[in-house]
Unconditional design. Structure first.
Length: 229
């Protein structure tokens, strides 16, 4: 990947300088394109790694496979595997969900419903007046915003789960609050929990809707969001 580590030629030229070090635990590489199935780059990387390790006259445990390679390419599992995204129950492939591989979500992000407002037809919601109410309707306010790590660029229609039923975000995300469509949710009450992603709402779907990868959503959750383990 041309980040850390050695190119093939540099490793072969310099391995004798470190070959007797007691700090060497194993040999590893990292696939740059394994999340794209049948990408020839992955086979090229794998072949080169095997060629290099074969030329070294000493045997070490090998580690190659990230989540994508673990799920799709058993031949590359080596001695150690390095699951990352799949530990959260998330698929590393763009057109699938974790549940397609019998993975279960390990993180559920929830917020509380803190207000319910009756808004008239043609009134607007939030900054930049992005959402215009198409009819008289109920609008809910959630206790989460971009300061908590929820993506600022989440468009209208981004799904959330309220009382095990879907609804969606309407209006631009605020620093500490987000507004949602309560049409069809007349039974909603202040204090109800809303799932942003996790159990019942795949994070892969939210990521695709907001135009980011799932890792960005996972790692953006702010410190002020309470953790319950």
């Amino acid at each position: 990947m041309n980040r850390l580590g050695f190119s093939d030629q540099v490793l072969l030229e310099n391995f004798s300088r470190i070959a007797n070090s007691s700090d060497i635990m194993g040999m590893m590489t990292h696939f740059s394109d394994a999340d794209v199935l049948d990408n020839p780059k992955t086979m090229q990387q794998f072949t080169k790694f095997i060629e290099i390790t074969t030329k070294i006259n000493k045997s070490y445990p090998c580690s190659l496979a990230n989540s994508a390679a673990i799920l799709s390419w058993p031949v590359a599992h080596g001695d150690w595997v390095r699951p990352g995204l799949m530990l959260y129950g998330i698929s590393p492939f763009s057109n699938s969900l974790g549940q397609d591989f019998n993975l279960k979500p390990a993180m559920t992000l929830v917020a509380k419903l803190i207000a319910i407002n009756s808004i008239n037809k043609n009134e607007t919601i939030g900054y930049a007046s992005r959402f215009i109410c198409p009819e008289d309707m109920l609008v809910g306010v959630m206790s989460i915003g971009y300061a908590d790590g929820y993506p600022l660029n989440a468009p209208d229609g981004t799904p959330v789960l309220l009382n095990n039923r879907r609804t969606s975000i309407i209006g631009k995300i605020s620093m500490d609050m987000t507004t949602i469509d309560l049409r069809g949710h007349q039974d909603a009450n202040i204090g109800d929990e809303i799932i942003l992603w996790g159990n019942g709402l795949p994070i892969e779907e939210v990521a695709k809707k907001t135009g980011v990868i799932a890792w960005e959503l996972l790692t953006s959750v702010g410190n002020r969001v309470a953790r319950l383990y």
